[in-house]
Design a binder for this molecule. Structure first.
Ligand code: 9WN
Length: 451
């Protein structure tokens, strides 16, 4: 694949302007070794953000895209976990909460294998990394081979998946569980509301949020949400981030998280094969995970995948965009693919004006067009669904979504998320994954999904 600057100029001036705008966001948010999601709201390195960012950066600079992933992997713990935040020591502690002195990874996480430096959080985010590494490699296989990129990252990616498949198999049925609402990356989704009622919130006067200095309170999670996030994170920390010893008050099998693990295992199979090995074990794992995801999380009546709450072993009835992302799995039974597409294009998840996908059921009782993951449309989830539709050869629906993403990203100045009905920008602007994934859709026009 040619780099962005070598490609022939697109005929449409608007597309060229958009590419330049997206490239500018990624250049401005680059710190020298990685990219911040937002200069204001999120001034450190985030795990799944970096994977999405690398997918876009590969069109600008393959070298930078490799560095984005490799810098994240230097913070991997010895038990295989990739932490959800890698803190930049140059950023003041009060710029983001919870800061390194809350997580205390190098001390509290030592027995679990946290590195002495850099400081990190102790929880994880969805495993988009193997897919990102494979796509970065494919952008310039010769340069990737020359730098030994795949050979270097493959063992880290394998250890990461192994951690999720073993330590995080809390339900004992072979799926990965998340233990904090920040782990699935969809913090205050109504899908977590019921499970969170069991969590005793930490008093609001014992911590100081930094997000409200940049984000509007009507857009962000509430203080009560934060009290519960703090309680769950400090309980995990106080148990040494030990997955066997922590009495988890929140443990959920999330469809998006597991669908990404499936896509990641397929990508790992391709990576191992490219390195001259036999990737069959990863393909088999992906197939087994797909069967378990269908067996444990598919709700035939609702026509969508649902999170399983491991505390009472029930499916959560509040439906979010997470339940559509299993479209990414190439081995999904055909009738489930058909039902998922019907749900995606039906009244619950289609927002015709923006052509994007709301984060929560438009007809659900908790729908809020403004507040974080309780309704607004996000660009990373739309990109994943676009990829899923393409995986299943659903070109028309994929193209419709692609146009929605590209149009709204440009109109919103690469917003963090938008009102699904009006496309009005919300949250941070110049948001890195919005720019990266827009760039990807503008550049990767001839690519077919491999996973
Ligand atoms: C907590 C960085 C991250 C994203 C998440 C998004 C938001 C953090 C926050 O920002 O979460 O991890 O402070 O709200 O929910 O998906 O990775 O962009």
């Amino acid at each position: 694949m040619k780099s962005l600057l070598e490609r022939p100029a697109p005929t449409a001036t608007a597309a060229l302007t958009l590419r330049r705008g997206a490239a500018r966001v990624l250049i401005d948010n680059w710190t020298g070794t990685s990219t911040v999601p937002s200069r204001t709201l999120y001034p450190h390195q985030w795990s799944w953000d970096s994977a999405f960012i690398a997918i876009g950066l590969r069109h600008l600079s393959v070298r930078r895209a490799q560095q984005e992933l490799e810098s994240l992997l230097t913070a991997q713990w010895a038990d295989g976990r990739i932490p959800h935040i890698v803190f930049n020591p140059a950023v003041p502690h009060d710029a983001y909460f919870p800061s390194p002195d809350f997580w205390r990874s190098s001390g509290a996480g030592r027995a679990a294998g946290a590195p002495a430096a850099p400081e990190t959080s102790g929880i994880v985010q969805p495993p988009v990394h193997a897919l990102a590494a494979w796509l970065v490699h494919r952008a310039d296989p010769a340069e990737s081979e020359r730098r030994g990129f795949l050979a270097r990252v493959a063992p880290h990616l394998a250890a990461w998946h192994e951690y999720l498949l073993t330590r995080r198999d809390l339900g004992g049925a072979g799926l990965a569980a998340v233990v904090h609402p920040w782990e699935p990356g969809m913090d205050n989704s109504p899908s977590w509301d019921r499970a969170l009622t069991r969590v005793e919130p930490t008093a609001p006067d014992t911590f100081r949020r930094a997000d409200l200095a940049h984000g509007h309170p009507a857009d962000r999670p509430t203080d009560l949400d934060y009290g519960r996030y703090v309680r769950l994170a400090s309980d995990y920390r106080d148990a040494g981030y030990d997955d066997r010893a922590t009495p988890f008050a929140f443990a959920v099998e999330d469809p998006c998280f597991n669908a990404l693990l499936i896509a990641g295992e397929h990508a790992l199979a391709a990576i191992v094969h490219e390195l001259g090995g036999d990737g069959a074990i990863h393909t088999e794992r992906a197939d087994a995970l797909t069967r378990r995801m269908v067996g444990r999380l598919w709700d035939e009546e609702a026509g969508i995948f649902r999170a399983r709450d491991l505390t009472d072993d029930t499916l959560v009835s509040q439906d979010g965009v997470s339940g559509l992302i299993p479209l990414l799995a190439p081995g999904l039974p055909a009738h489930i693919t058909t039902r998922l597409v019907a749900t995606l294009t039906g009244p619950r998840f289609s927002a015709p004006a923006s052509r994007l996908v709301p984060s929560y059921d438009l007809t659900g009782p908790a729908f809020d067009a403004q507040r974080y993951w309780r309704g607004p449309a996000w660009f990373n989830t739309a990109w994943l669904i676009h990829r899923g539709l393409s995986t299943h050869g659903l070109r028309k629906q994929a193209e419709n979504l692609r146009q929605g993403i590209v149009t709204e990203a440009g109109a919103s100045d690469f917003a963090e998320y938008v009102d699904p009905a009006t496309g009005e920008a919300r949250g941070a602007r110049h948001f890195s994954w919005t720019a990266a994934l827009t760039l990807d859709l503008l550049c990767a026009d001839s690519e077919e999904p491999t996973a």
